[in-house]
Design a binder for this molecule. Structure first.
Ligand SMILES: Cc1cc2nc3c(=O)[nH]c(=O)nc-3n(C[C@H](O)[C@H](O)[C@H](O)COP(=O)(O)OP(=O)(O)OC[C@H]3O[C@@H](n4cnc5c(N)ncnc54)[C@H](O)[C@@H]3O)c2cc1C
Length: 484
């Protein structure tokens, strides 16, 4: 990273949270707010290129709404789409040569679906992925053997500990495992062509006086932005630049994969968790032909990075070779190259200690603002299945606050982002902590403690309704802006 946050930068402390308000109407501009043509190519230092770009920047001065999103993952594409629905165009810089095609599945709960509804893509996704609980879904007819839907918790020997029907204990809950690739393609498909600039890896970022923030890419291109939205994931360069510490390894890693059954998968549409000692696994049908599985295992360190996919799969199978046959069958039906291993990390956003997620250059009439969204801000362990759901929530809240503010002064933008920071911090900090706590409990190794978990906690104490309380999330519609 060529630059660090300058002394002229003001990190904004969030203001008290207002209620999420309906986004105001904007006039849709006939001109694009931003075009991703190189401002100045083949330079490595922002300071030496500044005079050369002056003329170009003069042209940019009028474009007060220039918004650049760094990262074309879930947070980045959802933010671009939410802004788009409010009449604000944003350019997305993605380091990959295309949308991430690998990756497995994500379980999205009611809150995630609420956001996808607001973004106008939920039904398209619902049509492709099985509903895990509650209501009948049409896919059911296609697979007559699917039985009533429920969540099952088991011990390592396959014995059933507890079984819930979501509709009994948490009515209205919507859970589906969604292929990440399809989710990204669906979000991207709703954006205007050329919104996403692929092979655009951010190398450095620096305030550029009152003109904005200068983003320098790996290939030497430079992009000047008024508003930078960092959606660049768990190792976010933008978060680092804003002063966030590295995410912390929590002591366990995950294997994930997608079992494939071209002739139709035979499993009930339910979430299955299998608990061992310092080791747990799970699987859930995604679609009529795919089943997602995961394994979490304790490990002192993340260990070396394995690139050989067949070695990864073998490592995963070795961990659970005596576990229930169904799990092994799904793993064996998984193409090697879909297996991924991830060290689990998180970052706790301690009040007063953690930097705020919004930074602005302090410079009189300054208009440079940066904000982080999703994993870039609040990486959390996947124990509640909420990382992507929260990234989606961030996107609509941010867009709902930012879009109306863009018609006002730069101070209004900064204030709107401060509201976003406050409102979302109150949501994501407790979830990050809770996810970590749940992970610690589930990764217990001590046999007595594990016996207590299996014989007392899960069968008698766990209540699904309160446990899923966090999936309640209300967000208002992002009303499409009428053209004029
Ligand atoms: C094992 C595991 C299981 C999970 N299961 C669930 C689940 O069931 N449900 C759930 O809700 N969440 C789950 N999550 C969490 C979820 O994957 C993340 O929260 C989600 O992907 C965050 O989205 P994001 O867009 O913030 O980051 P990412 O998805 O990481 O996207 C970041 C994007 O930024 C790009 N990028 C990075 N650096 C640069 C750069 N320098 N320049 C340009 N582009 C860049 C990347 O290429 C990428 O496209 C799980 C996570 C793990 C590890």
């Amino acid at each position: 990273m060529a630059s660090s946050i300058s002394s002229s930068a003001l990190l904004l402390r969030p203001r008290p949270p207002p209620l999420l308000r309906r986004a105001g109407r904007l006039r849709r501009s006939s001109k694009p707010y931003f075009t991703l043509s190189p401002i100045f190519a083949s330079s490595s230092s922002s300071s030496t290129t500044a005079p050369l770009m002056k003329k170009e920047r003069e042209k940019e001065k009028e474009k007060e709404e220039e918004v650049v999103i760094v990262g074309g993952g879930i947070a980045g594409l959802a933010t671009a789409l939410a802004l788009r629905r409010l009449g604000v165009a944003a350019a997305v810089l993605e380091q990959g040569a295309s949308l991430r095609s690998g990756g497995t599945s994500l379980t999205l709960s009611t809150n995630g679906w609420r956001v996808l509804d607001v973004l106008g893509v939920a039904d398209e996704l619902r049509a492709q992925f099985l509903q895990i609980q509650g209501f009948c879904f049409s896919i059911r007819e296609a697979i007559p053997e699917i039985k009533p839907k429920r969540l099952v918790m088991r011990s390592q020997d396959g014995r059933e500990l507890r079984s819930f029907r979501f509709e009994d204990e948490a009515p209205g809950q919507e859970v589906r495992a969604v292929e990440r690739r399809v989710l990204l393609e669906t979000l991207a498909g709703k954006l205007p062509p050329n919104t996403i600039s692929f092979s655009s890896r951010l190398r450095s970022i620096a305030w550029q006086g009152k003109d904005g923030t200068l983003l320098e890419l790996d290939d030497g291109r430079q992009v000047l932005a008024k508003i930078v939205i960092g959606c660049d994931g768990v190792n976010s360069p933008i978060a680092k630049w804003m002063g966030f510490p590295e995410p912390k390894y929590v002591g366990h890693c995950a294997f994930r994969g997608l079992g494939q059954y071209p002739e139709g998968q035979p499993y009930e549409s339910k979430v299955n968790y299998i608990y061992g000692r310092g080791l747990r696994a799970g699987f859930v049908p995604v679609s009529p032909t795919k089943v997602y599985w995961f394994i979490c295992f304790n490990s002192q360190s993340p260990g070396p990075r394995t690139t050989d996919p067949s070695a990864l799969k073998k490592e995963a199978l070795d961990l659970v070779q005596t576990w229930p046959q169904e799990l092994l069958d799904i793993m064996r039906n998984t193409p090697d190259d879909t297996v991924v291993k991830t060290p689990l990390v998180d970052r706790w956003l301690w009040p007063g200690l953690s930097p705020p997620p919004v930074a602005a250059a302090l410079n009189g009439s300054s208009s440079a603002v940066a904000v982080v969204v999703g994993d870039a801000w609040h990486p959390m362990t996947p124990n509640l299945g909420q990382g992507a759901c929260c990234a989606l929530e961030d996107a609509v809240v941010l867009a709902g606050k930012l879009a109306p503010a863009l018609t006002g002064s730069r101070g209004a933008v900064v204030a709107a982002l401060g509201e976003y920071a406050q409102e979302r911090w109150a949501r994501v900090f407790p979830l990050t902590a809770r996810a970590s706590l749940v992970g610690s409990l589930l990764q217990w190794e001590d046999p007595i403690v594990c016996a207590f978990r299996n014989e007392v906690m899960i069968p008698r104490l766990v209540r699904l309704g309160p446990f899923l309380e966090h999936t309640n999330f209300e967000c208002e519609l992002l009303e499409p802006i009428a053209s004029n």
